[in-house]
Design a protein around this ligand. Structure first.
Ligand code: UGA
Length: 430
């Protein structure tokens, strides 16, 4: 099928490359010429395993191309995915400016029936808004479909090609059947439903996962008070298939471009529809507090953090990405810098992205994890990079001024660290 993807951000680039991989002819469109040139040359402006290779392969196979012109893209496309950004507005609502602009450009260039697919995460009712915009500029028949993405940064290509499910919300059987054809090579369960239910499924899924994280973080905080270990508790809980092991990792809270934004947006959607979603408010509050608990732990170690040298390992909001959006690590550095601590930091991928965000903070960015620990009085693990588990902590102990570790991701072995002579503290661990 001939497919267009509007937006070459994270979702758009992965969707385009993967749809090409399963045999479709895909045009990835972006109004940003620089980005398009980068993709054409096989470079990927984000760190995402397997993506660069796939984009190059599919361009060579002539199934994937990159354009900036709606005029050259829309008329030849049967299905058009909108995959542009929906950033958070100050009040927590999703900003639909880019989605609306894309809908208008699509409509102005339509030459017959098309299925316009919303892949961006949008509030319930957005499909209707898009329908209105398109009808204003195009008088023929079309369908707007909701098809949310459930990709995780760091494993997005795998998640797309082997998803747990594909959700399709359509108003007509014709549009639904076209969408089933788009995904026919992907042999996984497909949920077909109404547009509104599909839009809601995305928010409900992210909010539920965020709730799981805030729940286990609350359990971790109680574990610390009663002398229990949250890692064992999570294992004991997760083995119950109804609960499941995933997303029960306690730590400094969730971040990234999705959970904070979507959970806030769901709170807003409920509120504007006259419903007080109490649980989701607590999820947000617990997540915000989780970051400050690390500061409390540091303040328990030192009476005064002023001039204290703190090494923060990790800047990305999670491992295997260079993304620092809503990163707990970055928030913690800001708080520490504001109270006068001197910070050294290392991240395998996210340093370049962090320099701007932390430009007025007291931070030294290091190219090597060991260098970051030199003369530090405490080391804080803030991102769960596997590399941090494999460091030579014997060497690190010699490099540090004082052997204190606060493991904000519970990725180190407490017993091993204590044997090496560290004073170790995790989140909800004994
Ligand atoms: C999340 C969802 O997992 C995807 O299904 C969804 O498609 C995506 O948002 C989106 O809406 O686009 P992502 O933001 O890439 O994906 O990251 P996750 O792996 O879900 O992690 C989110 C945050 O939760 C990270 O900061 C991570 O460290 C934290 N987390 C995750 C925990 O603190 N504990 C856990 O047990 C799991």
């Amino acid at each position: 099928m001939n497919i267009a993807i509007i937006g070459t951000g994270y979702v758009g680039s992965v969707t385009g490359a993967c749809l090409a991989k399963i045999g479709h002819k895909v045009i990835n469109l972006d109004i940003d010429q620089e980005k398009i040139d980068l993709y054409k040359s096989g470079q990927v402006p984000i760190y995402e395993p397997d993506l660069g290779k796939l984009i190059l392969e599919e361009q060579k196979n002539k199934r994937l191309s990159f354009l900036t012109s709606y005029f050259d893209t829309i008329p030849k496309s049967e299905v058009i995915f909108i995959a542009v950004g929906t950033p958070s507005r100050k009040d927590g609502r999703a900003d639909l400016t880019y989605v609306e602009a894309a809908a208008k450009e699509i409509a102005k260039n339509m030459n017959g029936y098309k299925v316009i697919v919303n892949k961006s995460t949008v509030p319930v009712g957005t499909a209707q808004k898009i329908e209105k915009i398109i009808s204003k500029y195009y008088k023929g028949k079309f369908d707007v479909v909701s098809n949310p993405e459930f990709l995780r940064e760091g494993s997005a290509v795998k998640d797309f090609l082997k998803p747990d499910r594909v959700v399709i919300g359509a108003r007509s059987n014709k549009a639904r059947d076209i969408m089933l054809r788009v995904y026919e090579k992907i042999d996984y369960p497909k949920v077909t439903t109404t547009v509104e239910s599909s839009e809601m499924t995305k928010y409900a899924s992210n909010a539920f996962l965020a709730t799981k994280i805030s729940f286990i973080n609350e359990i971790a905080n109680v574990c610390e008070k009663v002398g229990a270990d949250v890692e064992d508790v999570a294992r004991g809980m997760g083995m119950d298939k109804r609960i499941g092991m995933d997303f029960l990792k306690a730590g400094i809270g969730y971040g990234g471009s999705c959970f904070p934004k979507d959970v806030n947006a769901l709170n807003q959607i409920a509120g504007t529809n006259g419903y007080d979603f109490k649980l989701i408010k607590s999820v947000i509050e617990v997540n915000n507090r989780q970051r400050t608990l690390i500061i409390d732990k540091l303040e328990n170690l030192f009476e005064n953090l002023k001039e204290k040298k703190v090494c923060i390992l990790g800047l990305a909001f999670k491992k295997d990405t260079d993304d620092i959006r809503e990163s707990a690590a970055v928030d913690i550095i800001k708080m520490l810098s504001d109270i006068g601590a001197k910070i050294t930091t290392y991240d395998p991928e996210a340093t370049a992205n962090s320099k701007e965000a932390l430009k007025d903070k007291n931070v030294e960015f290091c190219n090597d994890p060991y260098q970051a620990t030199v003369k530090a009085e405490v080391l804080v693990v803030a991102t769960d990079w596997t590399e941090f588990q494999k460091l030579d902590y014997q060497r690190i102990k010699k490099l540090m001024k004082k052997p204190n570790i606060i493991d904000g991701r519970n990725i180190l072995d407490p017993e091993k660290m204590r044997k090496l002579g560290f004073k170790y503290s995790g989140v909800g661990r004994i």
